[in-house]
Design a protein around this ligand. Structure first.
Ligand code: HEC
Length: 108
């Protein structure tokens, strides 16, 4: 019983302890991410205050899809972190953006 308990604790530490460090390169995008209900509102909320005049312009689907890789790198903080001056978007938003790219940057 004791061993099982320790094992459970160990597993939790391994599973959750490392989670933060792992940039999810390939993630499991179970759900279709809708551009209209997820991606456009994300850009409108966090980015458009600057990026309707500041390059890259991120106002619509064609702008956003053309800059998708740069956007992903910036929200992950791989390049200069965006939104500028933070705070960084939460993991779930970053993951949604990543999935939307993997699903073909649809205008859905
Ligand atoms: C407070 C204003 C502001 C906000 C909000 C903001 N940005 Fe930026 N962004 C800038 C400025 C200014 C630059 C140019 C920075 C530079 O060249 O050093 C920039 C540059 C970029 C670049 C180009 C980076 C590169 O490496 O070429 C991308 C992509 C970008 N922003 C994406 C975003 C995204 C996505 C969001 C929302 C999550 C966002 N930005 C929010 C001001 C902002």
């Amino acid at each position: 019983m004791r061993t099982v308990h320790s094992l459970l604790i160990l597993c939790s530490i391994v599973l959750f302890g490392c989670k933060k460090d792992k940039a999810p390169e390939v993630i499991n995008c179970d759900q279709d991410i809708s551009f209209a209900s997820k991606i456009q509102p994300m850009m409108d909320t966090y980015c458009i205050s600057c990026h309707q005049s500041q390059a890259p312009i991120l106002t619509n689907h064609s702008d956003i899809s053309a800059n998708a890789t740069a956007i992903l790198n910036s929200i992950k903080g791989n390049t200069q972190l965006m939104p500028l001056n933070g705070p960084q978007l939460n993991d779930s938003l970053i993951e949604q953006f990543n999935c939307w790219i993997q699903q073909g940057k649809l205008n859905n």
